[in-house]
Write a new protein. Structure first.
Length: 224
């Protein structure tokens, strides 16, 4: 009898957490899903990059606080060097700085470690499909940031200037979902260079400082 063939439709996932007591059980539990295969486990950001380079990898489930290289820096480098790989943050930290830094770096999802296996698996599938999933606590904190954030944040009642084009609004909405430029280009069927042009125009028109500020503005405008 021949051996069963590997299910090529499985999502290839790297689990990154500096604590073996978290990393190993999580990898084992995710491996029970019919459509998910944990191809590597990493204890820090450098191991994540090495695992992705050895590839192929579809999604990285990323802790934030790790030694050597933390999850935010690893996410930023993955977004730049391997934009086809989606990052879902799974962390105990749900403070504003951690959330905005991770989304600004290019994470497509952000979950706290209170999430169950099914929630994590759904977030992995969504990220692989170019979508974004945020924990309810994370969404609440982002909305709170918009409502009571620094004075530089525009009021939600009129967050965007009138000369923003429909395409620029679409781009802002996708930034608000945590998508990197490559994924935005694929979603809108335009080139990555065109996405960058829309972002430059958008940031100039709306006085948006950076990608984290863009996430706040997207939420304020009801786009994310």
């Amino acid at each position: 009898m021949s051996e069963p063939t590997r299910n090529v439709s499985k999502l290839r996932v790297v689990v990154a957490d500096d604590q073996a007591a978290v990393r190993e059980p999580l990898a084992a539990v995710l491996g029970l899903s019919d459509d998910i295969e944990v191809v590597a486990a990493a204890a820090d950001g450098t191991e994540v990059l090495a695992a992705v380079a050895a590839g192929p990898v579809d999604v990285v489930l990323m802790d934030l606080r790790m030694p050597v290289m933390d999850g935010t820096e690893a996410t930023r480098l993955l977004t730049e060097e391997h934009p086809e790989v989606a990052v879902v943050v799974l962390t105990t930290f749900a403070d504003d700085d951690s959330i905005l830094a991770a989304l600004s770096a290019g994470a497509r999802g952000y979950l706290t470690k209170n999430a169950g296996r099914q929630d994590i698996a759904r977030a992995i599938r969504a990220a692989a499909a170019g979508q974004s999933v945020l924990d309810r606590e994370v969404q609440a904190r982002l909305l709170a940031t918009v409502r009571v954030g620094p004075a530089a944040t525009p009021a939600p009642s009129q967050p965007l200037p009138g000369d923003i084009t429909p395409r620029e609004r679409e781009v802002l909405a996708l930034i608000g979902q945590g998508l990197p430029n490559r994924a935005i280009a694929q979603q809108l069927f335009i080139s990555e260079a065109t996405v960058k042009t829309h972002i430059n125009n958008l940031f100039a028109k709306a006085d948006i400082r950076d990608r984290a500020d863009a996430v706040r503005r997207a939420i304020a405008a009801g786009l994310a």
